[in-house]
Design a protein around this ligand. Structure first.
Ligand code: THG
Length: 269
């Protein structure tokens, strides 16, 4: 499981405050805590103030890269902000994200190809998020044709099927698992990623739904997630589920994470 830490996101109130006040200690702490918890990438979103986003994102990237070597997942809708942020990273980042929208195909896709970065691909276009799995796959196929043409290999792609809440449609879980399976079948080299909290929007006790969704989504082929790595239950479920699915030879990853203290529990004799 490729874990992308979600906590440095300017749409969260406390993070927005830290950005505004240039409180570097708060941002550094979020970065270090997520890395210590096992995050493989840190998602970085400077928030949604268009006239400040470029400066804010550059500042956050610098603060994080001064305190950790973790690769970043640059989360912005603005190609200019992404281009500026790419210049400040220590390691090859993931760009979050491109979609079938013309502005993204023109502005973001070339950035990923030119810099050979990872790239999150969203299954939506200028008409919005389509209803059916087939329509989503059609958009994804169109984008993948372009990334291949631009020289980016499928292994650099993280395809996000965009999960809709179970509160909106009782079949949202089933639709998500079907979409994940189809993506894996059609693009076996590509990763499949997702935010984990959309599925439970509007429902009580959201964590329960998120956890059950996570396990079933991994079984369907999810191999990356934008999530809270400091949530030990979620983090442990990723390792336990991979091991149960035969994706962890001799359970070395599970045992290794346990030894590092990332999975809580007693050592049984
Ligand atoms: N797909 C892609 N990118 C994404 C999303 C996605 N980026 C944004 C989002 N979805 C994923 N990031 C977050 C960040 C924070 C939260 C949820 C998703 C969140 N935070 C809570 C809060 O702010 O209070 C709780 C976090 C905590 O416990 O600290 O809900 O789907 N490609």
């Amino acid at each position: 499981m490729i874990v992308i830490g979600e906590k440095i996101n300017g749409t969260r109130k406390r993070v927005a405050k830290a950005i505004q006040e240039r409180d570097s200690d708060y941002i550094k702490d979020l970065a270090i805590r997520q890395v210590k918890s096992g995050a493989n990438y840190l998602d970085v979103n400077a928030g949604t103030t268009p006239d400040r986003e470029i400066e804010d994102l550059k500042w956050i990237v610098k603060i994080i890269q001064d305190s950790t070597d973790s690769p970043l997942c640059l989360d912005s809708a603005n190609p200019e902000a992404l281009a500026a942020a790419i210049k400040g990273v220590n390691k090859t980042p993931i760009i979050n994200s491109v979609s079938g929208e013309v502005a993204k195909l023109d502005g973001v896709l070339p950035l990923a190809c030119e810099n050979n970065t990872g790239l999150i691909v969203l299954a939506l276009d200028d008409d919005g998020i389509p209803e059916t799995v087939d329509q989503r796959l059609e958009i994804i196929s169109k984008i993948v044709k372009l990334t291949r043409k631009g020289g980016l290999s499928d292994g650099n792609l993280y395809i996000d099927p965009l999960i809709i809440s179970l509160g909106t449609n009782q079949d949202s879980g089933l639709n998500a698992f079907a979409a994940i399976r189809s993506i894996k079948t059609q693009f076996p080299e590509a990763h499949v990623t997702s935010g984990l909290s959309n599925i439970s929007f509007g429902l009580p006790a959201r964590k329960m739904i998120n956890q059950a969704f996570f396990v079933l989504a991994i079984e369907a082929g999810l191999d990356s997630a934008i999530m809270d790595p400091t949530d030990k239950t979620l983090y442990s479920l990723a390792f336990a589920t991979d091991a149960l699915l035969g994706k962890d030879d001799y359970c070395v990853n599970y045992t290794g994470a346990y030894r590092k203290g990332l999975i809580p529990g007693k050592l049984e004799k």
